[in-house]
Design a protein around this ligand. Sequence first.
Ligand SMILES: NC(=O)c1ccc[n+]([C@@H]2O[C@H](COP(=O)([O-])OP(=O)(O)OC[C@H]3O[C@@H](n4cnc5c(N)ncnc54)[C@H](O)[C@@H]3O)[C@@H](O)[C@H]2O)c1
Length: 439
Amino acid sequence: MRIAMIGTGYVGLVSGVCFSDFGHEVVCVDKDPRKIEKLERGEVPIFEPGLDALMIKNVEAGRLSFTLDLASAVKQADAVFIAVGTPTRRGDGHADLTYVMAAAEEIAKAADRYIVIVTKSTVPVGTNAKVREVVAAANPDLEFDVASNPEFLREGAAIDDFMKPDRVVVGVETERAAQVMSDIYRPLYLRDFPIVTTDLESAEMIKYAANAFLAVKITFINEIAALCEKVGADVKQVSKGMGLDGRIGNKFLHAGPGYGGSCFPKDTKALARIGQEHASPMLITEAVIKINEDVKRRMIDKLLDLCGGSFNGKTVAVLGVTFKPNTDDMRDAPALTIVPALVGGGAKVRACDPQGRHEGEALLPGIGWFEDPYAAAEGADLLVILTEWNEFRALDLKRIAGAMTTARMADLRNVYSASDAEAAGFAAYDSIGRAGYGL
Ligand SMILES: NC(=O)c1ccc[n+]([C@@H]2O[C@H](COP(=O)([O-])OP(=O)(O)OC[C@H]3O[C@@H](n4cnc5c(N)ncnc54)[C@H](O)[C@@H]3O)[C@@H](O)[C@H]2O)c1
């Protein structure tokens, strides 16, 4: 199959690289000339484990290329994927479909024979039908089908998720489009990965329902964690005891500083908005959005308590700024709420993140950056573990405590325990949903 991938961000690039590895001929298109120049030089613009080697392998095999020229990529394609951003629209929480519709129109104007236009971006129910209308209006003679193929990859494990998915969801309207999609996913089909074929609307809904459900799970355990702190229970033991129940499962059941990232915040808001528009309110999702904001504020209160009620004049070492480990993505990361609160309160912030500095420098002005967690902790009054990178999971806590002015730790990912911190000489320790000391 010949595939054009419109939008070469996290999803477009990973999907394009993986499709080329399936043996398809893939052209990845983007509007951003710096991104395309980088890719043409063999550099990956994002940090995603394993992506660089797989990309180079397929470029060298002649199956993968990059271009700014959407029209030429579309003219040679059997299927054109739309993988552009669908950020939250300012003001109303709706998914902003400007980029999707603009891409659909450009595709329509360039195409001159049968193609399947596949939406991979996360889009509200009814968007594929709108794409169909936009394309038909822009090029009334074009023979085409639309398909919905939402993406479920997780940043940080994206290649594995794409190559070994729990399922692939394909929404189609015609046999012909179903055949093209089944040819594209043939390597997965042959290895018995489940392919769920639905109508367009159900495929669109599956993506939002799945993300909202995961956000509910995280938020539920965060709320339980707050109660654990009040009643003297340990949320780590509680989630273990819950998660071993096969009906519940242990994934997305780790208490932390609130969900962030490029998907959950915007997708929960969009689902809530879709519910409102159809007079079928998504009350659970609406509560989750509110509780998640409260969780982030609760984190700031925890840090304030550890700093004796004021950040003014304090030096705070922050370990991890990305929204989760193994990515350089900072979109809606808890660090974007917590670090400005520290800086705004008069603290001096010393940050360390294995991949976050490049993005973080622009988003978190006025803070210092350190390559090494021990250097970041030098002279600090408080150590905050904000992202659970492997690099921060086995720190020499004695060395850290010894380097600090006052050894206090806010372990917002429950990486360590109060007894670890006490043994290392920390004067105070707090985490999520468990008893701390020295507060
Ligand atoms: N990031 C994730 O983990 C993830 C996972 C599943 C689904 N999604 C969904 O996939 C979609 C894309 O997300 P992302 O994180 O890859 O976004 P992104 O912002 O990283 O990338 C989007 C890219 O599209 C390009 N673009 C926009 N309009 C274009 C056009 N007309 N022609 C060519 N290029 C164009 C932009 O320049 C940008 O490089 C979103 O709808 C998102 O919700 C993301």
